[in-house]
Design a binder for this molecule. Sequence first.
Ligand code: SIN
Length: 483
Amino acid sequence: MKIYDAIIIGAGVAGLNAAACFDKNDEVLVICKDNSWDCNTFYAQGGVSVPYDEEDVDVHIEDTIEAGAGLCDREAVRILCQDGRVAVDDLINRGFLFDRDENGELHYTREASHSRARILHAGGDATGRQMHHFLMQENVHTLLYNSTVTDLLIEGNICHGVRVYHKGIFRNYYAKTTIIASGGVGSIYKYHTNSKAISGEMQGLAYEKGMELRDMEMMQFHPTVFIHNQGARKQLLTEALRGEGAWIVDENGKRFLFEYDKRGPMSPRNIVSRSIFDWKQKTGLSVYLSLKNFKSDFFKKRFPTIYFNMKDLGLTLPQEDVRISPAFHYAMGGIKTDLNGKVPNFYNLYAIGEVANTRIHGANRLASNSLLEGLVFSKRAVLDIKSRDFEFEFRVFSKEEEDLVKDNDKKLKNTLRTLMWENAGIVREHTKLEETLKEIEKMLKSDIGKLLRLRLKTSREIVRAALERKESLGAHYIKKLKG
Ligand code: SIN
């Protein structure tokens, strides 16, 4: 039986950078569900936040903690910001090209809740795509495409590897260490900015295997998304647009955000999303992103992804305003890990990136901290694995698997997406959360495939956590009904 040194589930920034941190001669298998590029990293626009200089480390820490509404782990944030500069410099030394200004200096932009410009970007607004391309080119390890991980081969506190479904066949792959880097939960919400491969099944599987999911109520909604395109993934309009001069206005041109927070469009993401949601409900007016402060030539060069995506959808930017809505964007909650990405109570199981919860992001992630997290914590995980050299006796697991999909699943999946969007979204009410929990339990009892069951279990943990947190905090906003 072949035994890999490591199996990595997921080929986004965390997964691919973890692969890069292993030695060339290590046997590493990277598994991705779809095409390798169909991951959230690929669609990340804004950039990578990083302390501008030594003095900025403490400021970046405080900005992260303030955005996180008090739920961050200070030590995790300190590691992110302090190791962040090293991780970014390392990437540059490996040959990655961030955008530079006319003097050849790195160009830093600004995003909401950052007290200074500290966001690096590449290809204008194609930071994630460029980074993914770079990490793929660098990768020397085996990549398995179009492969769904259907089970973790766990016995006691040891993970022996994974079961994978690929082209109609189930196979077991064995490894000394397994790293989960499978991303967030986008597809369980009706409107989201995530890759279609991000389905939230892995969190459900982790739950079934006895891992602790933490802060699952903390789901982030990006404020500026064009949701009227076809397809599950909606068009993100990066925060950097607001950082560089875009306005949020209602259809009468009113900059209503100032009625909610004096920082207006530069308020934290949760506040901007909620204000848009509230203003639309209260006034019945549509809300737009106005790009009129940009010069046409500059805009096309600085934000080419958005320019061309919106052109395909029939809008000419920056001349035309874009109708926007908040949409699900990022899961702060996930598999609880220590500060090296190790899953407590398991000897050789790690989780990194969006699927993990180290409490870096607390109750609300600071913009552009996630690519940085992927870089920093993937390296820490691999260093930790190397330092342990854990040995155990492998056993062969059966390849038998339940039905992954059943006839009714598609319909139920859509019901779930609507329920989660309406009741476990930007503004939550206790009674509606309870109704949703009941609906989820009902669906769980019906005749469904394994993948939907895992999705439902992830959703149930989000709803349960939202019910348990009685007061609003960060991205979790609970509306109290009068009387
Ligand atoms: C954006 O470009 O607005 C997204 C950045 C992020 O989610 O960190």
